[in-house]
Ligand binder design. Sequence first.
Ligand SMILES: O=C(O)CCC(=O)C(=O)O
Length: 335
Amino acid sequence: MRNSALKQPSQREDFYPSRGTLSSRMLEREVPVVYPSPDRCPIDRELITHYRDNGFLVLDNVFSLDEVTAFQQEVDRLRSDPQTRASGEVIREPDSGEVRSVFRVHQVSSVFRRLATDPRLTDLASYLLGDQIYVHQSRVNYKPGFRGREFYWHSDFETWHVEDGMPSMRALSMSITLTGNYATNGPLLLIPGSHLRYVVCEGETPAEHFRNSLRKQEYGIPDDNSVRQLARDNGIVAATGTPGSVIVFDCNLMHGSGSNITPYARSNVFFVYNALSNRVGNPYCDRPPRPEYLCSRETITPLAQAKEAEQPETRGSAANTTRLVTNSQAEADDE
Ligand SMILES: O=C(O)CCC(=O)C(=O)O
């Protein structure tokens, strides 16, 4: 097992090379998915095993409808707030210009700052990562009805490693569903088990890649054969859920989502938790680091300290009900 401690850039070996002159191939993951933790396990151990083997979990009814209503109101406020819209930290739909993503919500919104430090999320994240944690990135993805565009297949870790300098796979995302995520309105699509393989991507990282990649990603995406192989081995699951559910997924899980042509907007808020020992270094590509709103580099606050600074208004158990999503269940959800 490799030591994932951050090395100085000059001595730093790149265990997950990608892009540049490399051709596409798959590397085996060599680091754990669930790290040893001295803390009490906040959910059933069966669910931890499911997460370890599949790379994701869907937890239902974590947040109440009243809480979700407050989160939705905050998304509406942020999307129409002139200061947020002018901040350069907002991504618009390529065609319609509608706001697609708002970044750094854990810093610009007190509602989402409290949510990012809510123990229902952070206890599980720090348990799985076996370390103190901090928010590497946060964003609301608002996929409007009718013309909400897709997010093409990718592993987040590939981008965070190459463009942000995240050394190892010791990070995860939690996506809180703010609307119904139905099989029909562009839910997250996940390839179970794909977190155990790293897909080397092709192509030189363009200058200021983030300006286009967040609207439509064309570099740092897997080749068709790799997706075909991963899907053939493990299938594809649609992570559906009622508002207030939490989708937890490993940083290297292959995922994406289709466009939304239904009248029903699909919106989710994402927090990416990284282990403190896995802080980012220099990017592994030959480009300057991405801006702070996409990757915490200068402002890293361990969440235990953030919690002391501001207590969440509500506390509760990790999840009221939980669900193991299998391929057959995803198919049943479609009906
Ligand atoms: O919101 C989605 O459907 C996908 C989001 C995603 O994959 C990402 O932001 O990395």
